[in-house]
Structures are given as C-alpha cells and as structure tokens.
Design a protein around this ligand. Structure first.
Ligand SMILES: C[S@@+](CC[C@H](N)C(=O)[O-])C[C@H]1O[C@@H](n2cnc3c(N)ncnc32)[C@H](O)[C@@H]1O
Length: 272
C-alpha cells in the first residue's frame, strides 16, 4: 500500500546533500560533494558526536548481522544502503556468510552506481535503484525477485533510512508492507536517530536537514522519539534486548562513549 503517488525518480544531484555521502564525510571518506561537506560541517557544529554515532551504527550493524546469520537467515534486503564502505552490509556478510544473497536498495542513483561497482569486485550481490515508499514496486523489482525468494525467511534491514522519511503514516505503511512480505522466521532490523536524549540538538539538525532537502515529508519539528520508532515493530516479536540505544544492543567491542551521546536506537523483530 502506498501513502502517496509513486515518488519521483531521484536524479543524480550533487547539489543536494545526501545522508549516505554525509556519513562518508564523517568517516573521513572521499565520496562526497561540496554540498554534502558544507551541510556536514554545519551539522558537526551542532552535534560533534556525529562521527561517533556513525561508528556505533556500524558496530551495531555488524552485531545484528552476526545475530541474523546465527539464526540461519541467508537472504538480506538492505534498504537505504548508502555508499559502499568497508563497513557496508555486503562487506560484513561476505565475511560472516559468503553464501548469503543480498539485495542493496537505494533511491539515490549515485549510491547504486557505486555499490554496483564494488559488488562486481566482491562477488554475488545486487544493487537496485528503488524508492522504499513504493514498497510494492520494490518487492516486485526483477533485481530483487531474481535474487531473493520471498517464500523463505528474509531479513529486511532499514539502517538509518526511515530517519529521512518524516511522514509517520508513510513510514508505518512501509514497515507494515515489508512485514507483510515476510514469512515466519523473517526479520526486520532497523536503526533510527531519535530526539529523546538531545531534543534541542536533534530539532536543530532536523531543521538543517529539511532546509537542505535531505529529509522528505512533512515538517514535524524534530526526529521521532524512541516510543514512536518502537511502533514500527508492531506485529513482530522484538528479540532481546528489544529496542535500545545501539551501543546497548548485545554489546561486545563497543568503544568508550558518553552514555547520552549516542542518540540512535536499534532493534530486531522476528515474525513468528
Ligand atoms: C543515512 S544513509 C544510511 C546508509 C546506511 N544504511 C548506513 O546505515 O550506513 C540513508 C540512505 O537512505 C537512502 N534513502 C533515503 N530515502 C530513501 C527512500 N525513500 N528509498 C530508498 N532509499 C532511501 C539515502 O539515499 C541514503 O543513502
């Protein structure tokens, strides 16, 4: 089901900052443009902890993927994949489960072109250009259906991608449609920046991202709260420890950080 008409296809636009390229900048990467760097620098002035947030996010992804592989899942749909880096889902899975089938999805053509180039070197995986807001179309995409058997368990990953869609009805329709597509044993894993810990900072960041065109949907004044993010798991059983700040999700190698400085939550739900 769709909340609105099919989203317009995004054109390659180096003048509009993209969250994936800004994360690349925070991590010292070179795959970013002037508009990304300018917005990222402004964001860093508001929240110098952004690189730490990105790093903890990557650590969370690794632990989640290790958990999912441990449950036996071998099919992954990575929605809002961003730029390929050594911390990307396909790299982590290549080490953890070389037999895993992975489809990377992004609406930004630059993310898809870069991911395809890297995938050619790294082995079998697919990148498709699609907008998750047209969920049904994404699930019927030939690149996805040729790789993923939706009649077998799939792990859908929404790592930091719903943060950029501010329409709650639309976001809920997306997660509901994705859940509906899962068979028992399927998982939904997501991470999402939230406003609970640093409401003033996240309100300013939210305004900055909106002004710069990197949040889509109605203006809601701030990021979602943890409770609002929790609703995306309605209908699934959250695995332990539930929805928590990402450093607290089955921690192992987590580095030192101030407890209130990582305002990103994450969790994994399973369909029984
Ligand atoms: C913050 S980046 C996250 C990248 C990666 N998942 C991570 O956690 O490091 C968000 C990504 O979601 C993508 N994205 C945003 N809205 C999307 C949509 N409606 N459909 C598909 N991808 C989207 C952006 O282009 C961007 O690459």
């Amino acid at each position: 089901m769709m909340a609105s008409p099919p989203p317009d296809r995004l054109r390659f636009d180096p003048t509009t900052p993209n969250a994936g390229r800004m994360s690349d900048y925070y991590m010292g990467g070179k795959d970013n443009f002037a508009a990304d760097r300018e917005t990222a620098r402004m964001a860093l002035e508001l929240a110098p902890e952004l690189p730490a947030l990105t790093r903890e996010g990557h650590r969370f992804h690794r632990r989640v993927l290790r958990f999912l592989v441990g449950t036996g899942v071998r099919q992954f749909v990575d929605i809002g994949c961003g730029l390929p880096t050594q911390h990307s889902v396909h790299r982590i899975l290549r080490d953890l489960a070389p037999d895993a089938r992975v489809v990377h999805v992004d609406r930004d053509p630059m993310m898809v072109v870069h991911t395809r180039a890297v995938l050619r070197e790294d082995g079998p995986a697919v990148a498709v250009e699609a907008d998750v807001r047209d969920t049904e179309r994404l699930l019927r995409h030939p690149g996805l259906t040729a790789t993923i058997d939706l009649d077998a368990p799939v792990a859908v990953l929404l790592f930091s991608s719903l943060t950029r869609l501010s329409d709650d009805v639309e976001a809920m329709q997306i997660t509901t449609a994705l859940q509906k597509a899962l068979v028992p044993g399927g998982h939904l894993a997501l991470s999402h920046a939230v406003s609970d810990l640093r409401p003033e900072t996240t309100a300013k960041l939210s305004a900055l991202y909106r002004e710069r065109g990197s949040i889509a949907g109605p203006h809601r004044g701030n990021l979602r709260t943890m409770a609002e993010v929790g609703r995306f798991f309605d209908g699934l059983r959250l695995v332990e420890p539930g929805l928590v700040y990402v450093p607290d999700w089955r921690p192992d190698e987590t580095g030192p950080h101030r407890p209130d400085s990582i305002w990103v939550v994450g969790g994994v739900g399973v369909k029984d």
